[in-house]
Structure formats: C-alpha cells, structure tokens
Design a protein around this ligand. Structure first.
Ligand SMILES: [Zn+2]
Length: 354
C-alpha cells in the first residue's frame, strides 16, 4: 500500500460493505490518534467511508480484547460524571424519539413492550427504558461495563458481541431496538442489520445513532482505528435500504451525530430509490478540516469554554450522589416532574393526568 493524498482514486482491497464496489477515493492515510498508517477511503458508488483493508470480525474482536484487557481483569466502576452524561444522553435520545415517533411514547394498555439496547455500556439506556415501563434488556461486549450494569444497577445486560448475542434474541420479539455508536465499529454492517431486523416485532423500530463523518472537527481527530465505517446521511440511509429497512425518521444531515429510525421495509426497495452519495462529500469534509478554520470556529463559538464549564457542572452534580443507581433514579425521576404533558407520564411512569 502506498501513501496517497486526500481525494486520490483508490482501488480498495476490500469491497464496500454496503454496496460491494471496490472503486473508492482516499480520505485519510493516518490514524488521527496514534499517527500510524491507516487508510480511510470513501466508496465512489455509495459514499460510505471505511478503513481499507477492512479487518475481519475476528481481527476486530482481538483488537478490542487487547484494548479492554485491563478492564477484563477487574470490575469497572464508571465515574459518576460519566453515568450522569450517559444518562442525560439517554434522555435526550428518548425525547427526540418520542417526538419523532409518538406511537412509541404513547401509554400502552397491554403488557410491557420489549426493548433491546445493543452496546448498552454501563446500562443507562436500559435503566431509562425500564423506568418508562418497558421490558428492557441490553447487550454489551465490554465485560466490566456489562457486569456493572448487572450488579450495581440490577439490569439484564448480557455480555458478548452483537453478532453472538443477537442470535439468542427471539425472532419478532422487540418493539424497539436501540444501537448508539455501535454501527461505526462493525466490519459487516449488512449482516448485523439483517440479524437485528429478524428480532423486530411487527411494527417494531430500530433507532440508530452514529457520528456524522462530515462534521467539522480538528484535522487529526476524525479517523482512527476503533472506527471501521464513516457515515454521511445519504450513505447511512443507503445502507439501511440495502439491509431491507426503511427510514421512518431522521435527524438533520448536518447534525454532529446522525440519528435514524427504521422499520422492516414491506418489500425490497427499487434500486433507483436507494440513497447515494458519491465519495466527494467525505473527501471535501476532510479537506475542510484545517487547523486555522477549526481554531477560528472554536474561538467564535467558545466551544472549549462551554465544554469546560459543562465538565465542571457534571462533576458538581455527580458529587451529590453516592452511586450510579441513586443518580439515575434522581435524573430520570426529576425529568418527569419538570416537563410538559408529553414528558411526565412517560418519564416518571405515572398515569397521564392531562
Ligand atoms: Zn459503497
């Protein structure tokens, strides 16, 4: 492999895992975190970004187990400020989902609906869904986090990879599957999405969030080994359609994180309807990542200052709680008391009083 510059045409070692094309353009040649050689390319047919060659599932699993080796030795106790941040993220995603798909937020007359959080981390989303009255479970590959969710929070979070654990989830059993910041770590996203689709109950929804690969960030931040895939909104939607899923709700294409809600498509979509995005979007986004405009943007928006203040606030707020369970109870309960009619009944589990 020879080093190439951004935008250079590239005949990929591994075909695009979304559309199967090998024709690509170079987006980056180095790992932004370590500086090691790492080739990131964008597919010229569908626009999906990926590292090339794509590691096998086994190589990825080995890499993660090396990264996590420390964590395998002892139970992990996530810092309370991380629990707070993750809990707030879970709430933010739920509010968005409830707004986009009110049917999911409506009180259910029958038995509790099932939800599955893939990549459950230390369990904040599973905890929220249970707080909302769902029969929620989770899958988490990181042994320490899964153990923490089970033991400290009493949550049914199974430890294992998506591909092995999804097999143990009964077909057509889930009204909601959530997967936040997982898809960009996979080598074969189509296989994973098809396996997940099998677990969706009729009318069930899959809610995905991934980083938006076109966002402005420091020139060296975007591409690194932990991420195998890089999405724009069209390449994300195209992947969904190829997996037999249709988009029912989506975030704005320029959001920092792309959100998409999908359901099983009634029939295979016509090829012409599949969203496409040429490699240009990712190539141009990377070319725009220069230090001067980045730093000017940081100054203009005072983002580092806001970040610092937010971290301080997280520290102060988290310090009021003895443990993650208390913190999440307070966070999810308090939200229920503060919001309007669309919020309190769902979030506190109380009957609708409106
Ligand atoms: Zn492609």
């Amino acid at each position: 492999m020879t080093a190439s510059t951004t935008g250079h045409p590239w005949n990929a070692h591994t075909p695009c895992p979304s559309c199967g094309e090998s024709s690509a353009r170079v987006v980056a040649t180095r790992d932004g975190k370590t500086g090691e050689a790492l080739l990131t390319v964008a597919c010229t047919a569908c626009g999906l970004g990926r590292i090339d060659p794509m590691p096998t599932e086994q190589a990825l699993a080995d890499w993660y187990s090396r990264q996590y080796r420390q964590a395998y030795k002892a139970a992990v106790q996530p810092a309370l400020r991380h629990v707070l941040r993750a809990g707030r993220n879970a709430l933010d995603r739920w509010h968005w989902l409830a707004r986009m798909q009110p049917v999911l937020a409506a009180p259910e007359a029958g038995p509790a609906r099932n939800s599955l959080d893939i990549g459950a981390s230390s369990g904040e989303t599973v905890a929220l869904m249970r707080h909302l009255g769902w029969h929620a479970t989770g899958i988490e590959p990181h042994q320490g986090y899964a153990q923490h969710a089970r033991e400290a929070l009493d949550l049914p979070v199974r430890c294992g990879t998506l591909l092995e654990q999804i097999e143990h989830t009964p077909s057509a059993s889930q009204q909601l599957v959530t997967m936040f910041h997982v898809l960009e770590h996979l080598a074969d996203p189509l296989a994973a999405l098809r396996k997940i689709a099998r677990t969706l109950a009729p009318g069930g929804r899959l809610f995905i969030e991934v980083p938006n690969a076109t966002r402005l960030c420091s020139p060296h931040y975007m591409f690194f080994r932990a991420h195998t895939l890089y999405f724009t909104q069209p390449s994300l939607h195209g992947l969904m359609q190829r997996a037999g899923l249709q988009v029912v709700a989506a975030s704005e294409p320029d959001a920092d994180n792309l959100r998409v809600v999908v359901e099983v498509a009634p029939a295979a979509p016509a090829l012409a309807a599949v969203a496409i995005d040429r490699a240009d979007t990712l190539v141009q986004a990377q070319q725009r990542r220069r230090w001067l405009p980045y730093l000017l943007e940081q100054l203009r928006t005072a983002r580092p200052l806001h970040k610092l203040m937010a971290r301080q606030e997280e520290k102060r707020t988290a310090a009021r709680y003895a443990n993650g369970r208390e913190l999440l109870q307070s966070l999810y309960g308090a939200q229920g008391g503060q919001r309007g009619n669309s919020g309190p009944a769902m979030l506190s589990g109380r009957a609708f009083s409106g």
